[in-house]
Design a binder for this molecule. Structure first.
Ligand code: TRP
Length: 457
């Protein structure tokens, strides 16, 4: 593995924690989790999501980090070296390839939604929603969705912001920004929670999220919960592998990953607990409102609370920043690979991959206006919904399943043990059992049930 020296390493495991948390905590937690929980009936969905994080997500996240650290290169090249080391088929390198493609597909719609949140910084700063009724807030969001030109403008700005950071390389700057901003975001969520507690219908919001109503949950809902466990942890496409490549050799992987997963889950649950009490206190707001949920529920709250202009503006600044630190990790695996092997400069690699994601993003922009109609649907989904489902519900779980199988069944145990030297023998064996038998089996089972469900209906 002669190329191992290509990467610098971060000064401590804390930098990995910050970068991985920066990647994990993003629109998935604050925008997506609440609206898919709303669409899938709440409680039972949340329970399945939490189980998927704990018994599928965390073991695979440990595996992905470990692969990155052992490979010490971009995901594609790390997989190339590790398959040779394991004496396994080169076909496993496809994990890296699929990851690059999934990353660009996700980035394409991620950037559009992050653009909405950039736009909302200025909307809230102007005091548009002071004492606004629900109707005004909803109408304002609908106006944005109808305006292609404006959405493309914000989408372009966000994409350029992402490319600008990735051009600079991941080891610099990124960790520092995240270190300051994530705690502030979390504090603001707590403040919103307090608002929901005093002004909203907290009881109903709470029971919506934590009262397990299994009759509301479909097999498709289970698949969405599984997919979201991967999405929210940034798993299954090489992002965490790319960051693991910078992790110091002596840092404990298991502990570190568990901490990231716990932080990520906390943010999602607090975001849900902040949003639903507000939704239930307003008749015109619906839990199943879809992708606009965040953009209608929270502005209502900010419009009616003291200091709402300042807090609201700050909140959308922070969501945009959280989205920014996540978007970076969607493009980094591809950029790192182009730079390593194809003699690209970082600028060129970013322009190429960012350009592809930007172009694909136009399909998401149109999904909310010109292409919203049935004649443009793919399997009954809009372009945006299709790309989202294809990546989160299929590509990421598949990528994760292959990672689990590769590490669990093909890598030499001694090599794995070397990377996982901090884990007690018991924990190590538990993790390997989960990785070999439980995680891939559950992913396959959920896929199988979905197919069966589709055939029988
Ligand atoms: N985890 C991020 C979020 O919740 C999104 C994200 C960033 C992601 N990098 C990823 C999702 C890699 C899947 C794979 O917003």
């Amino acid at each position: 593995m002669g190329k191992r020296k290509m990467h610098g390493t971060w000064s401590s495991r804390w930098t990995f924690i910050l970068a991985a948390t920066g990647s994990a905590v993003g629109l998935g937690n604050i925008w997506k989790f609440p609206y898919i929980a709303g669409e899938n009936g709440g409680g039972a969905f949340v329970l399945v999501y939490l189980l998927c994080i704990a018994i599928i997500g965390v073991p695979i996240m440990i595996a992905e980090t470990m692969l990155g650290r052992r490979g010490r290169q971009s995901p594609i090249n790390s997989m190339r070296d590790l398959t040779i080391e394991a004496g396994a088929s080169r076909a496993w390198v496809a994990i890296g390839w699929m990851g690059v493609i999934a990353g660009l597909l996700i980035l394409s719609f991620y950037s559009v939604i992050a653009g909405w949140s950039l736009k909302y910084i200025s909307v809230l700063a102007q005091g548009t929603f002071v004492n606004a009724t629900d109707d005004i807030v909803i109408a304002s969001f609908e106006t944005l969705q109808a305006n292609k030109g404006e959405m493309i403008q914000w989408h372009s700005i966000f994409m350029l912001m992402t490319m600008a950071v990735v051009v600079g390389g991941v080891t610099k700057g990124l960790g520092n920004a995240v270190r300051v901003l994530m705690p502030i975001l979390f504090l603001l969520l707590i403040a919103l929670l307090a608002y929901g507690f005093s002004e909203g219908d907290f009881g109903q919001g709470f029971s919506f999220l934590f009262n397990f109503k299994f009759d509301q949950l479909t097999w498709n809902g289970v698949l969405v919960a599984l997919g979201h466990a991967f999405f929210t942890l940034s798993l299954g496409m090489g992002a965490i592998m790319a960051y693991g490549a910078y992790m110091p050799g002596d840092a404990p992987i298991g502990k570190t990953v568990v901490l990231v997963a716990v932080l990520d889950t906390l943010v999602a649950l607090v975001a849900g607990l902040a949003i639903f009490p507000i939704v239930f206190a307003h008749e015109t707001l619906q839990p199943g409102a879809g992708p606009g949920l965040l953009f209608v529920s929270l502005p209502v709250a900010f419009g009616n609370m003291p200091g709402g202009v300042i807090f609201g503006t700050l909140f959308f600044v922070l969501i945009s920043l959280a989205a920014w630190s996540s978007a970076i990790s969607l493009i980094e695996p591809g950029v790192a690979w182009l730079v390593e092997t194809r003699k690209f400069k970082r600028v060129g690699a970013n322009l190429l991959l960012g350009g592809i994601a930007w172009t694909l993003g136009l399909g998401t922009v149109l999904s909310f206006n010109d292409w919203a109609g049935e004649e443009y649907q793919i399997f009954g989904l809009t372009f945006f919904e299709f790309v989202d489902a294809l990546t989160a519900n299929f590509m990421l779980p598949l990528g994760g399943m292959f990672i689990a199988i590769f590490v669990g069944w093909f890598m030499h145990k001694t090599h794995i043990r070397k990377e996982m030297s901090h884990e007690t023998p018991k924990m190590f064996e538990l993790w390997r059992v989960l990785l070999r038998y439980v995680s891939p089996f559950l992913v396959a089972l959920i896929f199988a049930f979905l197919v069966w469900d589709m055939i029988s209906s």
